[in-house]
Design a protein around this ligand. Structure first.
Ligand code: C2E
Ligand code: CA
Ligand code: CA
Ligand code: CA
Length: 279
């Protein structure tokens, strides 16, 4: 039994080593991906519920791996966060998305807001506000056309510091959205103190909105809370006409989801803009 035990330990140890070295390899690959410009952005439109037209786009990162093909963010963002590489990757995303939006404005399409996902780690960097400011200067994008998507997590710790930071960002003129709203555990009280422009209602509520009265009640409550605080509402993950009809009835401001469009490459998105397509 003793022998077996020590064998088991060895196997366990080898597995751990293997997992560790896989992570190290992946970390290296991520670092090289940044150097070799293997990341790319896709854009998914948000539709205004009054005009049925595109008013905003979310930039979503993909890794175009030379051997493995397109890798979705869910498979590498967690490791990028764990290793801290998310800061450099996130800054690349911010710069690229601002550059793209500025380019579309130069081509004289109707201006839209570019929404960029910001990881907590990135937000917490002391130089984050400066970084945003210098990327806006560098790309020439008017700050009112940039929105930063952060998660409820920033309302959980370093509250005073984070409120200050958000206020500095508001002073620059960028917009602040809370992503995946309703999935965190933030106190409602915070939301009167955080300078927020919009709430993105998490897809999990939208998914069950047609069949669950509870989900509908939650969505309805978020929307009316947002409205009375002067905060805009965005429903994410709209996949069916039924879901769209409900969030229209609930008076939601904007919607995003496969029902309108999947995230697309810049060329395909530009065609949507050029058509000023009505959805
Ligand atoms: P998220 O910010 O909540 O983005 C929405 C995700 O839902 C995207 O997945 C989008 O493609 C997907 N989606 C949109 N509409 C629908 C729909 O109608 N149905 C379904 N089933 N899915 C829909 P994606 O692109 O795989 O991104 C996953 C997550 O990765 C994002 O979730 C975000 O948390 C993270 N992410 C993506 N890009 C970045 C980035 O540049 N920086 C950081 N920090 N995170 C990113
Ligand atoms: Ca998002
Ligand atoms: Ca989201
Ligand atoms: Ca999400």
């Amino acid at each position: 039994a003793k022998e077996k035990g020590s064998n088991q330990y060895q196997i366990y140890n080898e597995n751990m080593n293997q997992k560790l070295s896989e992570e190290l390899m992946m970390e290296r690959a991520l670092y090289e991906a940044l150097e070799n410009q293997e990341f790319l952005l896709e854009y998914q439109p948000f539709i205004d519920m009054k005009t049925n037209k595109i008013v905003e786009a979310e930039a979503l990162i993909r890794w175009s791996h030379p051997q493995k093909g397109i890798i979705p963010p869910g498979l590498f963002i967690p490791l990028a966060e764990k290793t801290g590489l998310i800061v450099s990757i996130g800054n690349w995303v911010l710069r690229e998305a601002c550059k793209q939006n500025k380019l579309w404005q130069t081509k004289e399409y109707k201006p839209i807001i570019m929404s960029v996902n910001i990881s907590v780690l990135q937000f917490e960097r002391e130089d984050f506000v400066n970084t945003v400011e210098s990327i806006l200067l560098e790309t020439g994008l008017d700050p009112q056309y940039l929105a930063l998507e952060i998660t409820e997590g920033i309302a959980m710790k370093n509250v005073e510091e984070n409120i200050d930071k958000l206020q500095s960002l508001k002073k620059i003129g960028v917009k602040i959205s809370i992503d995946d709203f309703g999935t965190g555990f933030s106190s409602l009280n915070y939301f009167t103190r955080f300078p927020i422009d919009s709430l993105k209602i998490d897809r999990s509520f939208i998914q069950s909105i047609e069949h669950s009265q509870e989900a509908r009640a939650i969505v309805s409550m978020i929307i009316s809370m947002g409205r009375s605080l002067g905060i805009e509402n965005i429903a994410e993950g709209i996949e069916t006409e039924g879901q769209l009809n409900i969030i229209r009835k609930e008076n939601c401001h904007k919607a995003q989801g496969y029902f309108f469009s999947k995230p697309t490459n810049p060329g395909a998105f530009q065609i949507l803009l050029a058509d000023d397509k009505e959805f």
